[in-house]
Design a binder for this molecule. Structure first.
Ligand code: ADP
Ligand code: MG
Length: 338
């Protein structure tokens, strides 16, 4: 396919080169694995390690929905990759490679794409995976970045949403609600926070930290897990229904960062907003009592904070409880697109 004439740009910026040149100059250098065949064939060829299975997941970011046009291109690239790495982490998989489908509108120039590919390069190195292929098209619509990530896991060892059992406890990594507050900051609602607090929250929204190192060691230790992208309560609800159990979450045990505490000073509001906001990309998991020590040890070894926030019972649904054990009603449990 030829480059779209609409991708040419007559300003001082260098024009977007042809599709082939774009792939050769910006994307082929990211195809570091021999599986990618240098992006010179129609497809990649994956040779999984012996006794492993492939874990595959896709997530798309759309301009105006998941990021703003003015956001730095390298940050957009990192977020697009990291939201996928978070899914792999939640399944106990080790990142292997990814496919990148770009739908590029006219406003995107070569400078933007160069910065975008630089963001990918940095994160590929950090998380140890390779670009394996993709597709590039022009679009009259918003910029869309669709990534399919592929990870590996020992045969039969993928962590599912459905393994939680009554008697297990519920854990979560990191702090919850930072990204939701960061989005509020970008919308101008963080006036009372200091500059550094605002920046910390915006960073958490724009560049989430996938729990890749912890994810790899979840198989065999946890009974069920998932990454939190739509809001803690909503996602734990998905885990509860997949496992056919009831989950009780103690609001006061959910870890909330200091800036989020400052922003929403009313405690109930803080909990409520944090527990239903999206974009956390932390991992929620359940584990039987017998594995609590193992969980604590792994968290300490890896330097990841893990908090016990609730328990699994027989029944169904997810319930948020206050310090007295009384249910806090939650109407909208998380973000829904439609
Ligand atoms: P096709 O004509 O089948 O769509 P392309 O010319 O789009 O093939 O792709 C040629 C090669 O470049 C393939 O290996 C494909 O995987 C790779 N490729 C195309 N776009 C991208 C992209 N955005 N990121 C990574 N690889 C890409
Ligand atoms: Mg193509």
């Amino acid at each position: 396919m030829e480059g779209h004439p609409g991708m040419m740009n007559s300003g001082s910026e260098p024009p977007v080169p042809s599709e082939f040149e774009l792939i050769a100059r910006l994307f082929a250098p990211l195809a570091t694995s021999s599986d990618a065949l240098g992006l010179r064939d129609d497809a990649a060829l994956i040779t999984p390690p012996d006794n492993s299975e492939l874990v595959v997941t896709a997530d798309a970011l759309v301009e105006g929905v998941h990021f703003f046009r003015a956001d730095p291109a390298d940050r957009i690239a990192k977020k697009a990759l990291r939201v996928n790495l978070s899914d792999l982490a939640g399944k106990g998989a080790i990142p292997h490679g990814y496919l990148l489908v770009l739908s590029i509108p006219q406003w995107v120039d070569f400078h933007w794409l160069t910065r975008f590919s630089e963001g990918l390069r940095v994160d590929q190195e950090r998380f140890q995976l390779s670009l394996l292929g993709g597709d590039t098209t022009a679009t009259p619509g918003p910029l869309t970045i669709a990534i399919t990530a592929i990870g590996t896991v020992g045969r039969g060892r993928m962590v599912s949403r459905s393994g939680a059992r009554p008697g297990d406890d519920v854990f979560v990594t990191g702090t919850i609600g930072d990204a939701g507050a960061g989005l509020a900051c970008l919308q101008g609602l963080c006036g009372k926070l200091s500059r550094s607090e605002r920046q910390m929250l915006i960073d958490r929204y724009q560049v989430p930290e996938p729990r890749t190192s912890l994810g790899k060691v979840l198989p065999g230790v946890v009974s069920a897990a998932l990454d939190i992208s739509d809001g803690l309560i909503a996602d734990i609800g998905h885990l509860a229904s997949a496992s056919n159990v009831r989950v009780e979450v103690h609001a006061s045990k959910v870890p909330i960062s200091e800036p989020v505490g400052h922003l929403w000073q009313d405690r109930r509001e803080a909990w409520f907003r944090a527990l239903t906001a999206g974009d956390d990309y932390e991992i929620a998991f359940t584990a039987p009592r017998t594995n609590h020590n193992a969980v604590g040890k792994l968290a300490a070894e890896l330097g990841v904070s893990v908090s016990r926030i609730g328990r699994v019972l027989s029944g169904e649904g997810v319930f948020l409880l206050d310090e007295m054990g009384i249910e806090i009603p939650v109407q909208q449990k998380g973000y829904v697109h439609f």
